[in-house]
Design a protein around this ligand. Structure first.
Ligand SMILES: Cc1cc2nc3c(=O)[nH]c(=O)nc-3n(C[C@H](O)[C@H](O)[C@H](O)COP(=O)(O)OP(=O)(O)OC[C@H]3O[C@@H](n4cnc5c(N)ncnc54)[C@H](O)[C@@H]3O)c2cc1C
Length: 489
């Protein structure tokens, strides 16, 4: 049996960041990853000389004083080849056949938006300063004595949708302000304000792509962990957790290899974590049921387009297309619906002015791929091709001639995520948080087993910012929060 201080299940961003924090604190960690590549949703995949991002496409808040800065400074990730997106428009929202730019920086954002909606200037300024206050208070959420209205009550038990209804009079402006929210599920009946506000604020602060793709984040964290003495094993699927006298005593990999650690941190879906423990004495059946029944967010379909050389000029912003009535309608599954929304992301070229690849992302519910959950058939291939064609046709309205510039098309669906990252139902953003049922949908890192902790996008807030915050909450259970914050701030 191999012994460590901490065993971590999964090398997604959450697992790697926990590995980094605890290695820096002197703990001997071992990360067990089922795949050949580390990173989970940060993985890139190669086809010939082209590489594509899978999950991660851009982050917000990387400048000093902004949300992600202190965390990425601590993780040693600030000197990666970050590429700042256009400050005058990091996102272009196409809605009702009109185009709206999202500018970076709170003042510039409010000014630009007010040019489109001059009659709503006051409300736009109030909205923007609310988001700013949420961001400015983010680090205060780590310590109870620092918490205030912008870290707790004003955000968590409040509906994002209702907030917009109450604070913005013009319904079109409400839709426009929601239009760059592709990195979350806009569910009017569920989405808590803190998710909407933290994520939108961080992108408005400043938005960044990574030249070279998301795997650079995973590679850098893995390199740092190894240099501090930690181990990261790939092709190492955790298949069982053995509990004795109420604590995890062994972690079994690939049904045979045995590891032990004083602590075990799981960066995979909580319901999958519990399924690794067969003994019902330690995890009550009612608790298992509760976790198993939690709803998950929708997944994402991506059409990864490899483009012909020098065919499409690089665009330093995302394009967000909506042909439906409102960005808030995609959270609901409707069978047979055509693709009416897409996020278009351009890959930063290694050199020159032309992009090598474009990814088109659109929400995809589990129900759409469920027929092939057990076995892929030719009909699945045809389904994916049809969907890719719909995406290309939708985007061609904005980028005429796109079809002629495409060399190859690759696709990924929620089934791809389920199989590669083990994400339940291929959910893009993990467990669906519900402002009305926060105690049920917002999980803490602590489980009923004292030495088993949870981390990752399912707990608190998803995305790069959310997972990074959660890794701090998780590791603080071992190191103490004040001690850890001293290193980060
Ligand atoms: C299509 C898409 C686009 C996105 N775009 C953005 C974006 O632009 N910006 C942003 O901020 N966020 C984005 N996100 C969200 C973000 O990528 C995720 O929230 C985050 O990367 C999740 O990290 P994680 O560590 O929680 O989980 P994961 O990345 O899912 O990691 C879990 C890891 O555990 C491994 N694993 C699973 N089961 C086992 C097992 N039994 N044993 C060992 N290992 C196991 C998996 O292989 C995986 O490596 C996007 C997500 C998707 C799906």
């Amino acid at each position: 049996m191999k012994k460590y201080d901490v065993i971590i299940i999964g090398s997604g961003l959450g697992g790697l960041e926990c590995g980094y924090i605890l290695s820096r604190k002197g703990y001997r960690v071992c990360i067990l990853e089922k795949n050949s590549q580390t990173g989970g949703c940060l993985q890139t995949f190669r086809r010939g000389n082209a590489s594509f991002d899978t999950g991660f496409h851009y982050v917000g808040g990387l400048e000093e004083g902004q949300s992600l800065y202190p965390l990425f400074r601590y993780f040693g990730l600030l000197d990666l080849p970050w590429h700042k997106m256009d400050e005058n428009g990091f996102a272009e929202v196409l809605l009702d056949e009109k185009s709206y730019l999202f500018a970076s920086g709170h003042e510039r954002f409010a000014d630009t938006m007010s040019n489109y909606f001059p009659h709503q200037r006051r409300q736009i300024i109030d909205y923007t300063s609310f988001l700013k206050k949420v961001g400015d208070n983010m680090m205060n959420s780590f310590l109870p004595e620092r918490r205030n209205e912008f870290t707790v009550s004003a955000l968590y038990e409040r509906s994002a949708y209702a907030f917009l209804q109450e604070s913005i009079d013009d319904p079109l402006l409400r839709n426009v302000l929601s239009g760059a929210s592709f990195t979350m599920e806009l569910n009017a009946e569920r989405l808590p304000l803190y998710v909407f506000a933290q994520i939108n604020n961080s992108f408005i602060q400043s938005s960044w792509r990574l030249k070279g793709g998301g795997s650079l984040i995973a590679d850098r964290l893995a390199e740092s962990i190894r240099s501090m003495g930690g181990d990261i094993l790939t092709h190492a699927e955790v298949t069982r957790l053995k509990v004795h006298n109420g604590v995890i005593t062994s972690v079994y990999c690939n049904n045979e290899e045995e590891f032990s650690g004083k602590y075990v941190i799981s960066g995979i879906h909580p319901s999958l974590t519990l399924s690794l423990i067969s003994d019902n004495r330690y995890i009550r059946k009612i608790f298992r049921k509760r976790i198993d029944e939690l709803e998950n967010s929708y997944g994402i379909f991506t059409a990864h387009l490899k483009l012909k050389a020098n065919a499409v000029p690089y665009l330093n912003r995302n394009i967000c297309i909506f042909c439906g009535k409102t960005p808030w309608e995609y959270a609901y599954y409707r069978s047979g619906e055509k693709t009416t929304t897409a996020l278009v992301s351009f890959q930063v070229p290694a050199e020159g002015d032309y992009t090598p690849n474009i990814d088109i992302l659109t929400p995809m519910h589990w129900q759409e791929v469920a027929p092939w959950a057990e076995a892929r058939e030719d009909t699945y291939r045809a389904f994916k091709m049809r969907k890719a064609e719909e995406c290309i046709a939708l985007v061609s309205e904005k980028l005429p001639g796109l079809k002629d510039c495409i060399d190859r098309v690759y696709t990924s669906t929620p089934l791809t995520y389920r199989d590669y990252t083990g994400t339940k139902e291929g959910a893009a953003y993990g467990i669906r948080k519900d402002y009305k049922h926060l105690l049920y949908t917002l999980l803490t890192p602590q489980t009923q087993i004292p030495n088993l902790l949870l981390t990752g996008q399912n707990l608190n807030l998803h995305g790069i910012l959310g997972v990074s915050m959660t890794s701090v909450f998780t590791c603080a259970r071992i190191t103490g929060m004040k001690n850890l914050l001293n290193d980060i701030e």
